[in-house]
Design a protein around this ligand. Structure first.
Ligand code: GLY
Length: 262
C-alpha cells in the first residue's frame, strides 16, 4: 500500500460560516481572512511536491466543510464515503461523493443508519488501517468500513481515541512506512506497538496532527521542539500557520483528502 505518496489531494475553501464551526472549547472566533491565507500556504506546500490539488468552492451551509478529510477514506483501489458522527456534518459526505466519482472508478459508501465514522479517526499505514473509536466514530461504522475495504484486501484494526480528544489523528500522524508521530498519551495505549514511534515534545501535543505528503512533513507552525526532532530525524519539514483551524480543533490532516487512484 502506498501510504504517504500521493498524486492528488482534494481541499475545500473555508466559508464565512466557519465562525459557527464545532469546537470543544471556545477560544475565540476564527478569522476567515487569516484562515484563507493559511489555507493557500497549505495548498502551495502540497502542490510543491508535484501533486494535483483540487480546490472545491466554499460551502456556506456546512461550517466545518473546510475539514474535508472527515468525508471519505481514499485508498488506491477506491474511496469510501463516510457517515460523519457530528449531525451538522453528516451532509458533507454526500456533497463530496461526486468529486470522488470524477477521480475514481469505484466509490463505496457507509450506508447503515447506525454507522458513524469520520476520516479523522482513520490512520492508513503500509500494512493496515487503524480506526479509533471516538465520539464521532462507533463500532458499527468501523465494522462497516472493514467490510468495504476487505474487498480490496485491506485490514482494519479498531483502536481507541483518548477520551476528550476529537479524533484518533488529532494525536498521531504517519511519518513514513514504519514511523508514527504520536502524543505520549496515545502511544501509551500500545496501539503502535511494532511501529517506530517519535513522540511530540511535552506541551506540544497540538502538533501531533501533521501529514506526510510525498517528500514533505507538513506540520502546524509554532512547535519548535517537535520540529527540531523531526528535522534531526531527517524529515523535510514545512510549517504552516494553523492558529485559526486550531480554534475549531482542526489540523493538517483535516484539510485534505490525499490519494493516488490506481
Ligand atoms: N471543528 C471540526 C469538527 O469538530 O469536526
Amino acid at each position: 500500500m502506498r501510504s504517504f505518496t500521493f498524486t492528488h489531494a482534494i481541499t475545500r475553501k473555508p466559508s464565512a460560516s466557519i465562525v459557527a464551526g464545532l469546537r470543544a472549547v471556545d477560544t475565540g472566533a476564527p478569522s476567515l481572512g487569516l484562515m484563507i491565507q493559511h489555507h493557500a500556504d497549505y495548498i502551495a506546500a502540497l502542490r510543491s511536491t508535484g501533486a494535483t490539488v483540487v480546490e472545491l468552492e466554499a460551502l456556506e451551509a456546512f461550517p466545518d466543510s473546510v475539514f474535508v478529510e472527515d468525508t471519505a477514506l481514499c485508498l488506491p483501489e477506491g474511496a469510501v464515503v463516510m457517515r460523519p458522527g457530528a449531525p451538522s456534518r453528516l451532509g458533507e459526505a454526500a456533497v463530496m461523493a461526486p468529486h470522488l466519482q470524477a477521480l475514481y472508478k469505484t466509490v463505496l459508501h457507509i450506508e447503515n443508519p447506525d454507522s458513524f465514522i469520520e476520516g479523522g479517526d482513520i490512520l492508513t499505514t503500509e500494512t493496515e488501517i487503524l480506526v479509533g473509536r471516538s465520539a464521532r466514530t462507533n463500532a458499527s461504522g468501523i465494522a462497516e468500513l472493514a467490510a468495504r475495504v476487505a474487498l480490496w484486501d485491506h485490514k482494519v484494526r479498531e483502536v481507541f481515541t483518548p477520551p476528550g480528544v476529537l479524533h484518533f489523528k488529532t494525536d498521531c500522524s504517519l511519518l513514513d512506512g514504519e514511523t508514527i508521530l504520536s502524543t505520549e498519551r496515545l502511544a501509551a495505549s500500545g496501539c503502535f506497538d511494532g511501529y517506530r514511534v517519535i513522540h511530540v515534545a511535552e506541551g506540544e501535543e497540538a502538533c501531533a496532527n501533521t501529514i506526510r505528503f510525498n517528500d514533505l512533513v507538513v506540520m502546524p507552525a509554532g512547535f519548535p521542539r517537535t520540529r527540531d526532532t523531526l528535522d534531526q530525524a531527517g524529515y523535510k519539514v514545512v510549517e504552516i500557520g494553523n492558529s485559526e483551524c486550531a480554534k475549531l480543533d482542526g489540523g493538517m490532516s483535516c484539510l485534505s483528502l490525499r490519494f493516488s487512484p490506481s
